[in-house]
Design a protein around this ligand. Structure first.
Ligand code: FPP
Length: 235
């Protein structure tokens, strides 16, 4: 870790749109699901790197609500990967003192995935080194709409609390400092629209299975060179 990184905010929230699994596989004449399996390896490496770099919150976009529209075979494969990987990921999280929680809708998840989510969250609830949040069946617009409806139906309720409920989260939604998207596209794809109000955006051409701690460092170095003004004039 460089001196610059040591002086980085001690409550840094990094969010990542893990894109490019399918193209990574297709370019190797492999089925798209091979790209998702390779993506799991990058996810593990990135989480380990995030702990080493003392990132406070890491939110990863694992399955968007729009992803239900993919071919059923791919959706089933992704759900199988989640159900299979969450228990081992949770065990790894306990060892590394990482709290794992899931944001997004839970009512449409297949039961094995839902059970794996609940167990992973319960096992890691006490962990403090990093808050790893996986966005599964997540749509920012859907969450914002449901939060607004909840506040409207309840008179003058607190919007952020309502948004937290809509995410199925148990803590307030922290703002994103740095949003990374792999895979070359430059869009937000309905991810954390509220929390990204002042996020620094970093787009990289590399496919997600090629992402690792070194690529994370490249993004963090670029982030440190940005001047964040939050609408103010610099002193
Ligand atoms: C985007 O690539 C990636 C996804 C939709 C799935 C990401 C999921 C994982 C990395 C596995 C998650 C596992 C756990 C344990 C949380 P794409 O398929 O859109 O790629 P393309 O743009 O090249 O088609």
């Amino acid at each position: 870790m460089t001196t610059d990184q040591e002086t980085m905010s001690d409550r840094l929230h990094v969010a990542i749109i893990m894109d490019g699994n399918g193209r990574w596989a297709t370019e190797r004449s492999l089925p798209r699901t091979a790209g998702h399996h390779a993506g799991v390896r990058s996810l593990r490496a990135t989480v380990e790197a995030a702990v080493e770099r003392q990132i406070h919150t890491l939110t990863l976009y694992a399955f968007s609500s729009d992803n239900w529209q993919r071919p059923q075979s791919e959706v089933r494969a992704l759900m199988r990967i989640l159900a299979a990987q969450l228990p081992s990921q949770a065990a790894r999280c306990v060892r590394q003192n990482i709290r794992l929680s899931i944001i997004g809708r839970r009512d449409r998840l297949p039961d094995p995935v839902l059970q794996a989510v609940l167990r992973a969250e319960a096992r890691t609830l006490h962990c403090t080194a990093l808050h790893l949040r996986l966005a599964i069946d997540y749509s920012a617009r859907d969450s914002l709409t449901r939060a607004a409806r909840h506040v409207g139906n309840n008179g003058n309720g607190d919007f952020l609390q309502a948004l937290m409920r809509a995410y199925n989260a148990d803590s307030l939604v922290p703002d994103v400092d740095l949003l990374i998207r792999t895979g070359g596209e430059q869009r937000l794809s309905d991810f954390l629209l509220w929390e990204c109000a002042y996020a620094e955006l970093y787009f990289m051409p590399d496919y997600w299975p090629d992402f690792d701690g070194t690529k994370l460092d490249t993004a963090l170095c670029a982030f440190q060179k940005r001047q964040r003004r939050f609408g103010k004039v610099p002193a």
